[in-house]
Design a protein around this ligand. Structure first.
Ligand SMILES: Nc1nc2c(c(=O)[nH]1)N[C@H]1C(S)=C(S)[C@@H](COP(=O)(O)O)O[C@H]1N2
Ligand SMILES: [Mo]
Length: 204
C-alpha cells in the first residue's frame, strides 16, 4: 500500500506527526480542476464583504514586510511533510492594511478558477499564515513557487489540513458567520485540525 516515497513515522517525532498521517519526502500535487497560469505581476487579492473594498496588487504586497518560515504541512489525504520553507507576506502584516467592518468573524478565501475555503478570523490571522510566493524543500533551496503548487501565490495555513491553504489566491471575503467552502461543502470538516483528526464534517 505505501509507495516507496512514503514512510511510516518511526515514532511520533515528538508530537509533530498527527494521527493517521504518513511522512513523505515528495510534494504531491492535489488540485481540483484546471491549473491557472499567470505572472506574479498579475496577482491581485481582492478584499470584499465586511471590509473596506480594495485590491492588493503584487507591487502592494511586495512593499509589505516579507517573512520566511519553516514548518510542517499536513494533507487530509494522509501525507505530512516536515520542515517546508515558505516566503511571503504574513496574514497579520496584510491585515494591517485591511479595514474590517463590524460583524466580520470569518473569511472565505477565493482562488482563480473558483476554489474557496473558509476560516475563522482566529484561524486566519496567525503569525505562521503566509501569502506565499516562494517555497523550498529546505531553507537553502527556496525558489519561486511552482505553478502546480499554487504559484505565483498561495495561502499557507500550516496548523490546519492543507486544503485550507488555497492555491492561486485572488480574494478574501470577510463574512459574519461561518460558511462552507468548496471541500467543506463536499464533506470535509469546517475547521480541519490535523491534530484532532478533523477530516470529515457531520454530513458524512
Ligand atoms: N485553488 C486551489 N487551492 C487548493 C486546492 C485546489 O484544488 N485549488 N486543493 C487543496 C488541497 S485539497 C490540498 S491538499 C492542497 C494541495 O497543495 P499542493 O498541490 O501544493 O500539495 O492545496 C489546496 N488548495
Ligand atoms: Mo487535500
Amino acid at each position: 500500500m505505501l509507495g516507496r516515497f512514503f514512510k511510516k513515522p518511526a515514532d511520533d517525532m515528538d508530537g509533530r506527526v498527527p494521527p493517521g498521517q504518513t511522512l513523505t519526502a515528495r510534494f504531491p500535487v492535489l488540485t481540483y480542476g484546471p491549473v491557472p497560469r499567470y505572472a506574479l505581476e498579475d496577482v491581485t487579492v481582492r478584499i470584499f464583504g465586511l471590509a473596506e473594498e480594495q485590491t492588493f496588487r503584487w507591487s502592494d504586497l511586495q512593499a509589505m514586510e516579507q517573512t520566511t518560515l519553516t514548518y510542517d504541512i499536513h494533507c487530509v489525504t494522509h501525507w505530512s511533510k516536515l520542515d517546508t520553507t515558505w516566503t511571503g507576506v504574513s496574514v497579520p502584516e496584510l491585515m494591517r492594511h485591511v479595514q474590517l467592518k463590524p460583524g466580520a468573524t470569518h473569511v472565505m478565501v477565493h482562488s482563480v478558477g473558483g476554489y474557496t475555503t473558509n476560516l475563522s478570523l482566529d484561524d486566519f490571522v496567525r503569525d505562521l499564515n503566509l501569502l506565499a510566493y516562494r517555497f523550498g524543500e529546505t531553507p537553502d533551496t527556496v525558489a519561486p513557487l511552482e505553478t502546480e503548487h499554487g504559484g505565483p501565490m498561495r495561502l499557507v495555513v500550516p496548523h490546519l489540513y492543507f486544503w485550507k491553504s488555497a492555491k492561486w489566491i485572488n480574494g478574501l471575503e470577510f463574512i459574519s458567520a461561518d460558511a462552507p467552502g468548496f471541500w467543506e461543502r463536499n464533506g470535509y470538516h469546517m475547521r480541519g485540525d490535523p491534530f484532532k483528526d478533523e477530516r470529515y464534517g457531520d454530513g458524512l
